[in-house]
Design a protein around this ligand. Structure first.
Ligand SMILES: *[C@@H]1O[C@H](CO)[C@@H](O)[C@H](O)[C@H]1NC(C)=O
Length: 89
């Protein structure tokens, strides 16, 4: 689980690193909401502001700025990519 999470996060950080590597950081949570239920969360921040988040309960990306809304929409439209994310659970 941990390895798969890290791989996915790395993918996103690389994806964003062209924009602003210095101020970007990612947070990854595998929250256990109950013994059988794990919420998988990925959050990418720039300048400490949340830019984009994947929530496995919703099963999609949510963008918080004009730019990341577009990116999130693109990622959500990519069935292959979303399938990969869902496999993480
Ligand atoms: C993830 O999505 C679920 C369902 O909408 C929501 O209840 C939960 O609060 C979300 N988690 C975060 C950290 O946004």
């Amino acid at each position: 689980m941990g390895m798969k999470c890290s791989f996915s996060l790395l993918f996103l950080v690389l994806f964003f690193s062209r924009v602003d590597a210095l101020f970007a950081h990612g947070l990854l949570h595998c929250q256990f909401t109950s013994p059988d239920d794990v919420v998988y969360l990925e959050q990418i921040f720039f300048n400490k502001v949340l830019q984009i988040q994947y929530n496995s309960t919703l099963g999609k990306y949510t963008g918080y700025t004009e730019k990341t809304k577009e990116i999130a929409e693109g990622l959500n439209k990519n069935p292959k990519f979303i399938k990969e994310e869902k496999k993480m659970n």
